[in-house]
Design a protein around this ligand. Structure first.
Ligand code: ATP
Length: 248
């Protein structure tokens, strides 16, 4: 069973002006899917539907086989979300954020402390463990969001443009951790404009353009569908897809 299944999703911010049209794609357990598209293509709007912040006008979003309406607790407990812009509580330190997340997800205290320590080390945040977010750099705040997600160890990771604020070591740590959770069976959906990095890590791609899926599958499948040459890079295929769409 797919961990995430999006079928014919039409939606957006107002009923009479949908932003997304008939979006379909899926994420399997143990798979990383890259979501790509130009500014305004509909990636964040898609994410908001997956998070349950927007309600589909038609079509459906299933996580672990259930819609948010059918089983809200199962649906919400199955994913962790890393937003593009960090959302932090000003009055909680880094460690307190992580403890709060552990409590909210019912993670046993001793196990949570061990994981927190590991994550602080992995993301080079030991020295900042007892610091308030207002005293962290933007990239460090982003690391806090990322550590929260890995602490929960969900079945599905939803990650919005993670690379822009992170330093090269932070990016490496994120990708290493994602590889590890993927090998343990988690599904990952990651949106990004950094196509060269996505290409190194993702198993499949969904290309969104003007609110519609223009291409979906492995790089080979997408290349074949768009008449690409063998070995052509994601960036070049992407360029032809959106350029072709503009001209059609
Ligand atoms: N809160 C909102 N209310 C109404 N329309 C919105 C809102 N947020 C985004 N939109 C519109 O929805 C469309 C898709 O935007 P979205 O934010 O999903 O794009 P994106 O692919 O995430 O772009 P980017 O790469 O710039 O983050 C755009 O036309 C945008 O103007």
């Amino acid at each position: 069973m797919n961990i995430l299944q999006v079928d014919g999703l039409t939606g957006g911010y107002s009923r009479n002006r949908p932003v997304l049209h008939d979006i379909s794609f899926a994420v399997r357990p143990g798979e990383m899917v890259g979501m790509v598209g130009l500014n305004g293509a509909g990636k964040s709007t898609t994410m908001k539907h997956l998070l349950g912040l927007l309600i589909p006008h038609s079509g459906s979003v299933r996580i672990k086989g259930v819609t948010l309406k059918e089983q809200p607790d199962t649906y919400r407990a199955a994913y962790a979300y890393v937003p593009e812009h960090p959302l932090v509580f000003e009055e909680l330190t880094v460690r307190e954020h992580l403890r709060l997340t552990a409590m909210a997800y019912g993670i046993e205290a001793a196990a949570a402390e061990r994981r927190v320590q590991q994550l602080l080390g992995e993301f080079r945040m030991d020295a900042k463990a007892d610091v308030f977010p207002g005293h962290l750099s933007k990239g460090m705040q982003q690391k806090l969001m990322i550590m929260n997600a890995f602490l929960v160890q969900p079945d599905l990771y939803l990650i919005d443009e993670p690379f822009l604020g992170l330093d090269p070591l932070g990016i490496r740590s994120l990708l290493d951790q994602l590889r590890e959770v993927r090998s343990q069976g988690a599904g990952i959906l990651m949106s990004s404009h950094i196509l060269a990095t996505l290409e190194q890590y993702c198993d499949r791609y969904v290309v969104i353009h003007e609110g519609r899926v223009r291409a979906w599958g492995t790089l080979d499948e997408i290349r074949n569908a768009w008449g690409g040459k063998e070995g052509e890079r994601l960036e070049d295929v992407f360029y032809r897809i959106v350029d072709g769409a503009e001209q059609s």
